[in-house]
Design a binder for this molecule. Structure first.
Ligand SMILES: Cc1cc2nc3c(=O)[nH]c(=O)nc-3n(C[C@H](O)[C@H](O)[C@H](O)COP(=O)(O)OP(=O)(O)OC[C@H]3O[C@@H](n4cnc5c(N)ncnc54)[C@H](O)[C@@H]3O)c2cc1C
Length: 1008
C-alpha cells in the first residue's frame, strides 16, 4: 500500500513538475528568441565612437577629435542635439551664460534657441571638427575583443545593421542600452511612481489632477510673417508622475502616451519628442556624485566610468549621479562641458591602446527559436565595403511583446490601419520612428489634399479635425493618436522597424530598435506601412525601386521642408534621394539644415521637417502589380481593397512601356486597387501599404494620394485583424466581408462587392482599339482635362499584347498616312515586333538634328518627357533588331555634353536592348568630349581619419549632368567596355553620395 502510494505520489509529482516545466518553457519562449549566427559588415574603425547624438556627445566627439583621436558619432534621431531639441529644453535659465564655442553657437546671446539653430550648430561643430557622423542610427549591441574589453558597437539604420570597431565607447544612448550589455552593475529599476517632464509650445496651460505645469518666462516666436507680424507662443513645462511596473519599452511607451493624453491642448504648436526623465537605476560607477553638483569643470569623471568595465563612459542621466544633482548636470551648458572633458579623456585612453583585433558579441546563450529566423539587411553601405565583416554566434534576442496586429509606420496609411485593426478587437501595436502620427500629411508638412476620394474613414478624420482642404498638422497627428488610444492600441514612438521574423515564408514578427534596445515584437499579422516596404524587404520580399525591371534608372524628385511654428504646408520638390540609404538621407537633411539655417534674423526658420518628403519609394512585387494600362482601362477586380483618384503626376521621366509610346498628364482617373497588390509574392503574414504597395512606378503616381491611402489603411487594418484570427494567413481572409464592411463605412463603392475582373477584354474591343489608335497624336499630351480615345485604345492594346500584335501588323501594312504608319510602327516595336523597323529607321534618318528635348526637373510642363525623336529611338531599341543600331549611333554622334537629358535617356534605353561592340567607339568619343566626365560626388562621410566634408546637394543642372555621365558609362560597360573606362566610372558612382546613382552603378556592375 505504502509502495503504491509512493508510486502514485511520484506520478502526481512528475506530472506537476512536467506542467511547471512546460509553463516555464512556454514563458521563457516568450522572453527571448534565438538570433542565428551572421556576418555583420564593418562600417567604421575608429578610436572613439560616441552614441546618442546629445549636445554633450557632440562636445565629446569634437574634443576627442581635437585631441588627436579618430571619432565617429551616431544619433538615433534625424539630427544631432537630441537632449536639447527632443526634450524641447531650448531655453537658458537665469544666470546661465554660454562660454564654450559650441554653447555660444547654439544660444548666441539670447535666452532661447530655435531647434534649427541648435541642430545647425551641432552639424557645423562636427563638420568643422572633422568628425564623421550619421543620424537615424540606433546603437543596438556592444562589441568586445578577445580579452573581453569593450571594442565597438553595432548600429541599426535605414541601410540595415553595421558594426563600428572602436577602442573606447561613449554610451550616450537614452537608456544606457550598451552599458547594460557589459558586466556593469546598475542600481536596479524600482517599480512605482516615476516623474517625467514634457514641454508644450502654444495654446493654454493644461490643468489636471496629477499634472503640475509652469509657464516659462520666454516665448518661442514665429518668424516674421509677410505682414510683418511675429506670433509669440507660450511655453509650458509640465511635470507628471506615472506608475511604472518595469523599464521595458512597453512601459515607457505607455507612460509617454498617458502623459501626452494629459498635456496635449487644442492649440498646441509643438511639443517634446520624448519624455524628460531622470532615472534612479543608474550605473554603478567608480565613484558617485551624491550631494551637490560641483560644476562640470570640477566633477569627478569617474562617475561616468562604470565600475569594473574599462574603455566605456556613460554620458547620460544614467551616469552615477544623484537624481537631484543630475537635474543640474543635464542643463545644456553643463552637459556640454562634461562631454568635452570626457571626450578629451577618452581620446587619451584610446591613443594608448592598440586597435581592436577580432571583435565579437558577448553572452551567446540562445533562447527559443520556434518563431522563425531573424531577417535583416546586412549588405552594408558603400563607405563600409572595404572594412570586412564581423561574425556573431547564436544570440538571444528579447521579445518585447506579442500582438495580433503590429503596424510598422504610423503614417498616412499606417495610423488608419492601426485604428481599424484595433476597432475590430485586435490587440494592436503601432511602431513609429518619429514622435508623431500621420507621416507625409503631418510630419512631412503636406497638410492638404490633392485629388483623391474624400469619403469613408478620410471623411471621419476630416470631421474629427475640422479639415476642409487643409488641416493643422499637429491636430491631425493628435487626433490619430487619441483614436488609437481610445481603441486600446499601443503606440511606440521613436522606435524603428529594422528586421523581420520569418518562419517558413510567413512573417511572424518584427525586429525593432527602441530607446530601450533592440528586440522582437511577435505578431499574427504584420502591416508594413513604412511606405518603403521596409519589413517586407527584410523578410525577403522581391522589391522594385528606382531601377526598373528593364534596368533603367528613373525616380521622382523629393524634398525636405523647413518648418515654422504653425506651418502645415511646405511642399518641396528639388532633389533625388534614396529613402532606404542612411548616408543619402543624412546628407540631404544635414545640407538642408545648413542651407535653411543660413537665413538669419527674423526670417530664419524655426526648424526643419523630420521626414524626407519622397514621392516615390521602394515597392514590393506583389501577388498582383497594378499597371499603367489598368488605369486607363478602368480595370475592375474581384478583390478591390481601395479606390483612388488622381492624374499622372510624376516628377520624373516615365518608364512604363505605354508612356514611352505616348506620354500624358491627363485628367483624373478612378482606380481600383486589388488586395493582391498588398500581398508580397511568396510571403504570408504581412500586408504592405501606401507607397510600398505593388504598382508600376508610373501607376503609383495615381494611387498615392492621402485621402485614398487613409482609406486603404483603414480597409487593410480590417483585413489584418481578420488574418490575425487565421494565424496571419492573409490569403485566406474573406475579402467580400472586408468589402461589405467598407461599403457600410463609406470607404468603398457598393459595386466593388459584385465586381469581377474586367480582363481579358473582348476581341471586338481589342480590334476596335487597334483601329482607334491610329489617331494617336505624336505630341505628348499634357492636357489636364481631356483624354483622347486613341490613348485609351493604346491602353487596351498594351494590356493585350499577344492578341494585338497580329492585328497591328495588318493595319500597319495597310496604313497609307505617314503619321498613322509611324504610330503603328512604334507600338509594334515597343511590343518587341521588328516588322516595322525599316519605317522607323527611315523616319529617324529624316531628322538631321535632335528635336527639342527635355531635362529632369520639378516642372512637369517643361521637363520629364520624351521628344518625338526620343520615342522613335526608344522604339528602335525595343525592337531588338540589329538594323536599329546604326541609326541610333548616328543620333548619338550628334549628342553634346550640353544636350538635354531626354535624348541621352532615349539613346541609352535603346542601347540597353541593342547592346553591341559597334557602340563602343562612339560612346567613348562622347565621353571624351570636354565637360562630359567627372561629375561624381563621392561619399562625404569617409571613414578615413579627418575626411569629413559636406558636399552641397546637386542643383538641377548638376543632377542632369551626372545622370548623363552615369547612364552613358553604364551603356559603355554593357556594350563590352573600353579599357575599363565604363567600369571605372561606375565604380566611382557606386560611391556617390546619392543613393540612387550609387545603387544603379552597383547594379550595372553586378550585371543587371
Ligand atoms: C512632397 C510631396 C507632396 C505631396 N503632395 C500631396 C498633396 O498635395 N496631397 C496629397 O493628398 N498627397 C500628396 N502627396 C502624396 C502623399 O502625401 C503620400 O503618397 C502619402 O502620404 C504616403 O503615405 P504612406 O503611408 O505610404 O507613407 P508615409 O505617410 O510617409 O508614412 C510612413 C511612416 O512610416 C514611418 N517609418 C518609415 N520607416 C519606418 C521604420 N522602418 N520603422 C518605423 N517607422 C517607419 C515614417 O516615419 C512615416 O511616419 C505628396 C507626397 C510628397 C512626398
Amino acid at each position: 500500500m505504502q509502495g503504491k502510494m509512493t508510486a502514485w505520489n511520484l506520478a502526481c509529482m512528475s506530472f506537476v513538475v512536467l506542467v511547471i516545466v512546460e509553463v516555464l518553457l512556454a514563458q521563457s519562449a516568450h522572453h527571448t528568441i534565438t538570433e542565428q549566427s551572421k556576418h555583420i559588415p564593418i562600417a567604421y574603425n575608429v578610436d572613439v565612437v560616441v552614441v546618442g547624438g546629445s549636445s554633450a556627445g557632440v562636445a565629446a566627439a569634437c574634443e576627442a577629435r581635437r585631441s588627436g583621436a579618430s571619432v565617429f558619432l551616431i544619433s538615433p534621431r534625424p539630427y544631432v542635439g537630441v537632449d536639447i531639441c527632443a526634450h524641447q529644453r531650448l531655453w537658458l535659465e537665469p544666470g546661465e551664460e554660454p562660454s564654450s564655442e559650441l554653447a555660444t553657437a547654439v544660444f548666441g546671446d539670447g535666452r532661447w534657441a530655435t531647434p534649427l539653430a541648435v541642430k545647425k550648430a551641432m552639424d557645423e561643430a562636427l563638420l568643422r571638427g572633422g568628425v564623421p557622423y550619421l543620424t537615424g542610427c540606433y546603437a543596438t549591441e556592444i562589441l568586445f575583443d578577445e580579452e573581453g574589453n569593450v571594442a565597438g558597437i553595432i548600429m541599426a539604420n535605414r541601410s540595415g545593421r553595421q558594426a563600428v570597431k572602436a577602442k573606447v565607447v561613449i554610451d550616450g544612448s537614452r537608456h544606457a542600452v550598451l552599458t547594460r550589455q557589459t558586466n556593469a552593475a546598475f542600481r536596479g529599476f524600482k517599480p512605482g511612481k516615476k516623474t517625467f517632464q514634457f514641454v508644450v509650445v502654444g495654446g493654454e496651460m493644461q490643468r489636471r489632477e496629477n499634472l503640475s505645469g509652469r509657464k516659462l518666462d520666454v516665448t518661442y516666436d514665429s518668424p516674421t510673417t509677410k505682414r510683418g507680424r511675429v506670433v509669440k507662443y507660450p511655453v509650458y513645462q509640465y511635470t507628471v508622475s506615472v506608475d511604472m511596473k518595469d523599464g521595458s519599452p512597453a512601459s515607457f511607451a505607455a507612460a509617454e502616451q498617458e502623459i501626452r493624453n494629459l498635456v496635449a491642448g487644442s492649440d498646441m504648436k509643438d511639443c517634446s519628442e520624448v519624455l524628460y526623465f531622470i532615472p534612479d537605476d543608474t550605473v554603478v560607477a567608480e565613484s558617485r556624485i551624491d550631494d551637490s553638483w560641483p560644476g562640470a569643470n570640477q566633477c569627478d569623471l569617474s562617475a561616468y566610468r562604470p565600475r569594473s568595465v574599462s574603455r566605456l563612459y556613460v554620458l547620460s542621466a544614467y551616469g552615477d549621479v544623484d537624481k537631484e544633482v543630475a537635474e543640474k548636470m543635464l542643463r545644456p551648458l553643463e552637459f556640454m562641458a562634461v562631454g568635452k572633458r570626457i571626450g578629451r579623456e577618452a581620446a587619451t585612453i584610446a591613443k594608448a591602446l592598440p586597435s581592436p583585433g577580432k571583435v565579437e558579441f558577448r553572452g551567446a546563450s540562445p533562447g527559443s527559436s520556434s518563431f522563425g529566423i531573424v531577417k535583416e539587411d546586412l549588405t552594408g553601405f558603400r563607405v563600409s565595403k572595404a572594412l570586412g565583416m564581423i561574425s556573431t554566434g547564436l544570440r538571444p534576442l528579447p521579445v518585447f511583446g506579442q500582438y495580433d496586429v503590429v503596424v510598422v509606420g504610423g503614417g498616412t496609411s499606417g495610423a488608419p490601419a492601426g485604428i481599424s485593426a484595433a476597432r475590430r478587437g485586435s490587440k494592436t501595436l503601432v511602431i513609429e520612428y518619429l514622435d508623431e502620427l500621420g507621416g507625409v500629411g503631418t510630419a512631412g508638412l503636406i497638410g492638404s489634399y490633392w485629388r483623391g476620394n474624400r469619403c469613408g474613414f478620410t471623411q471621419e478624420i476630416d470631421h474629427g479635425i475640422g479639415a476642409q482642404e487643409g488641416w493643422d498638422v499637429i491636430a491631425k497627428s493628435e487626433w490619430l493618436r487619441r483614436e488609437l488610444i481610445k481603441n486600446d492600441a499601443d503606440i511606440w514612438f521613436c522606435s524603428f522597424g529594422c528586421g523581420a521574423i520569418v518562419d517558413d515564408r510567413r512573417v511572424t514578427g518584427v525586429v525593432v530598435a527602441t530607446p530601450q534596445g533592440r528586440g522582437v515584437v511577435l505578431a499574427k499579422t504584420v502591416v508594413d506601412a513604412t511606405g518603403n516596404s521596409d519589413i517586407a524587404f527584410y523578410a525577403g520580399a522581391e522589391t522594385q525601386f528606382s531601377i526598373s525591371s528593364l534596368g533603367v534608372l528613373s525616380v521622382q524628385l523629393a524634398g525636405f521642408p523647413h518648418r515654422n511654428l504653425g506651418d502645415s504646408y511646405n511642399n518641396t520638390c528639388y532633389t533625388m534621394v534614396d529613402d532606404t540609404d542612411v548616408v543619402d538621407v543624412w546628407h540631404l537633411m544635414t545640407s538642408m539644415r545648413i542651407a535653411y539655417g543660413e537665413q538669419q534674423g527674423p526670417q530664419a526658420p524655426y526648424d526643419v521637417g523630420q521626414l524626407v518628403d519622397s514621392r516615390e519609394r521602394r515597392r514590393i512585387i506583389g501577388e498582383y502589380t497594378l499597371t499603367t494600362q489598368d488605369i486607363l482601362n478602368q480595370r475592375t477586380h474581384p478583390d478591390t481593397i481601395s479606390q483612388h483618384k488622381s492624374n499622372f503626376d510624376a516628377a520624373a521621366f516615365p518608364d512604363s512601356a505605354m508612356l514611352l509610346i505616348y506620354d500624358m498628364k491627363g485628367p483624373d482617373f478612378n482606380v481600383d486597387m486589388p488586395y493582391r497588390c498588398l500581398l508580397p509574392k511568396g510571403l504570408d503574414g504581412i500586408l504592405v501599404l501606401g507607397l510600398g504597395a505593388s504598382a508600376e512606378r508610373d501607376a503609383m503616381t495615381l494611387v498615392r494620394m492621402q485621402p485614398d491611402l487613409q482609406n486603404q489603411g483603414y480597409a487593410a487594418g480590417m483585413a489584418a485583424a481578420m488574418a490575425a484570427k487565421l494565424e496571419g494567413r492573409t490569403r485566406k481572409i474573406d475579402i467580400k466581408e472586408v468589402q461589405q464592411q467598407m461599403v457600410r463605412e463609406g470607404v468603398l463603392e457598393p459595386r466593388v462587392i459584385y465586381d469581377k475582373d474586367s480582363y481579358p477584354m473582348s476581341k471586338a474591343v481589342i480590334a476596335r482599339a487597334v483601329e482607334d489608335v491610329r489617331q494617336l497624336s505624336r505630341q505628348h499630351d499634357q492636357s489636364s482635362s481631356i483624354i483622347s480615345e486613341s490613348m485609351k485604345a493604346l491602353a487596351v492594346i498594351m494590356a493585350h499584347p499577344k492578341r494585338s500584335v497580329p492585328l497591328l501588323r495588318e493595319v500597319y501594312e495597310q496604313a497609307s498616312v505617314q503619321n498613322e504608319r509611324i504610330n503603328y510602327a512604334k507600338i509594334l516595336a515597343i511590343l518587341g515586333d521588328n516588322s516595322s523597323v525599316p519605317t522607323l529607321i527611315a523616319e529617324v534618318d529624316t531628322k538631321t538634328e535632335w528635336d527639342e528635348g527635355y531635362p529632369y526637373t520639378a516642372g512637369r510642363d517643361i521637363g520629364n518627357v520624351f521628344s518625338d525623336l526620343d520615342r522613335l529611338i526608344i522604339a528602335l531599341g525595343y525592337s531588338r533588331d540589329p538594323r536599329a543600331m546604326e541609326p541610333v549611333l548616328r543620333k548619338m554622334d550628334i549628342l553634346e555634353p550640353t544636350t538635354v537629358l531626354s535624348h541621352y535617356k532615349a539613346v541609352t534605353l535603346a542601347l540597353r536592348h541593342l547592346r553591341g561592340m559597334q557602340a563602343i567607339r562612339p560612346l567613348v568619343k562622347l565621353m571624351d568630349k570636354p565637360g562630359f566626365r567627372g561629375h561624381v560626388v563621392t561619399n562625404p562621410v569617409g571613414h578615413e581619419y579627418g575626411a569629413v566634408r559636406l558636399s552641397p546637394r546637386r542643383s538641377f543642372d548638376q543632377l542632369n549632368t551626372a545622370f548623363k555621365e552615369v547612364i552613358i558609362a553604364a551603356a559603355l560597360y554593357q556594350c563590352g567596355d573600353y579599357q575599363k573606362m565604363g567600369r571605372m566610372i561606375l565604380e566611382q558612382y557606386s560611391q556617390d553620395v546619392n543613393g540612387h546613382f550609387a545603387s544603379y552603378a552597383q547594379a550595372i556592375l553586378n550585371g543587371k
